[in-house]
Ligand binder design. Sequence first.
Ligand code: ZN
Length: 122
Amino acid sequence: MSTNCKHPLTTLYKTERGVVFRCPGCNHFNVVFGPIILPHDAGGFLALKRLVETLEPDGNPSTHIGKRCYHLQAAGGQVGLAFTPDEIEELRALLTGAAAMNELDGMLKTTTLGPAAPAAEA
Ligand SMILES: [Zn+2]
């Protein structure tokens, strides 16, 4: 996992509390949501998106911290994150938006063959 990217990052997508940065050089992602920063390579980013999309509220209400019923393990289980339904909804929108922008960017790169040809004289 390339989590040691030192290149300048560009903003891929933003929500009220979140932003996804990406390095155009090595395709490193930084998912920032509130005080949380989750660095990922492209594969890790898509895995995180799938995980958040399919995340269900924790089945045991005694583990809920107020409304924070969506639990996610990070950093190999060393860090546990607890989200409210509202936050999970926004995090899903953030990751979906970022993935769409990333796909669009990839399409533009593969279909752009250089400077546009000058318009034909009439
Ligand atoms: Zn980089």
